[in-house]
Design a protein around this ligand. Sequence first.
Ligand code: CTP
Length: 428
Amino acid sequence: MKLDALEVEKLFTPQLHKLFKLFQDCNYELRITGGAVRDLMMGIQPNDVDLASTATITQMKELFESHRIWMVHKKGEKHGTVTCIIDKTSFEITTLRIDVFCDGHLADVKYTTNWELDANRRDLTVNSLFLGLDGTIYDYLGGIEDVQKRRIRFIGDAETRIQGDFHRILRYFRFFGRISATEEHEKGILEAIARNKHGLKGIIKERTWAEFKKILIGRMAPAVLRVMFGPECELQEYLGLPKAVNLDRFQKVYEKYGSRLESMTSVALLCEIEGHISAFHRRIKLSSDEKSLGFFIVRERVEAEKNRNDLNWWKELCVEKEARLRQGTKSDKTRQRILQLMISVLTEERLIQEIENYDCPKFQVTGTDLIKANAPEGLNMEATLGYLFDIWKNSKYTMTKEEILKHALDSGIPDRDVELDPLYGKPK
Ligand SMILES: Nc1ccn([C@@H]2O[C@H](COP(=O)(O)OP(=O)(O)OP(=O)(O)O)[C@@H](O)[C@H]2O)c(=O)n1
């Protein structure tokens, strides 16, 4: 099959043309591989272009050195990959190879000049295509038909493919969601996944989360998650999620606000309590922003649901959370969290827009102001600031800093033993 010349030109930048010419001049074959070919066939502009060549690592290095072309990431050589830079653009080129797996881990790599063998080492038929400079698509395993029919199949026996790299379980669901024409899975695949799900435990946290994130906000996410967490596969435990994930809540939010959902919000929708977020973090290793977002949503959700379409409630929440931000905390992150909370309780779109543009009043008094106002030694600064904040709030945020500070030494100031809210420092 040949791709339309215009489609192919989208990929072939002047730098890529230069690279192909270099290889051609030395009689080495170079082709685009994997995801880029699949995406191009589906009319999607690929994110990145991976290349494969019949040249060995030594031949590629000699070629680049003789043309004074920079090479980076020398570590990739061990896995048969060379990265070169042409006019500020980097290209990753892999030698054709056969992967030898043992217990789900790559044990050895054998080099080859046979394209079909290289296609055979890959995961899915739709990812096994190669594209030549003239637009020819090379297909050894029925990948073209599968892309055209939007059908996701492992190459050969699903079980063997999964055991080659258990991470492919998550890749399968990601590509299924992204490409599949129907919600039906090919015969035998879900059974093979169920039999091998234990292997997910050995996949490193970052890799698992990177893949799962894309599933959570991807196309057909509710249908994909229903299968992943349904009776056929039951993958919850392997991803650190509770057994009874709340798929109905997730689906409702996805259907209304799918394009605005952050992956961590999706996780919070599946979970019920803070302990679930903690367990997920232990399995996945979240960033501190992701963790805060997850905790924030499960903690505030009950109240937020009751007030979902009350604009004043949301404005007060913004003031409450943003007005006394700790130094160094960016307010846009807090606002982002509030917007994700609004999405997750299905607040009306127009209210979300109002909050997006809301110019939140800022509480101006700081600990330094209290010291300047001769605060006595041992004064509980956090509790005092909380007390003053409430006075300011009761004035509907109209009091000036000077007016607020007049209350700094009121008898109503809580003493130092007051228990503080760990997040916001306000007296409970
Ligand atoms: N566990 C894996 C990971 C990757 N691959 C192969 O390596 C190629 C490149 O992998 P990667 O860049 O991770 O994915 P892409 O398919 O290019 O997808 P994306 O669009 O997400 O980049 C894939 O197409 C697939 O052929 C594989 O067989 N098994």
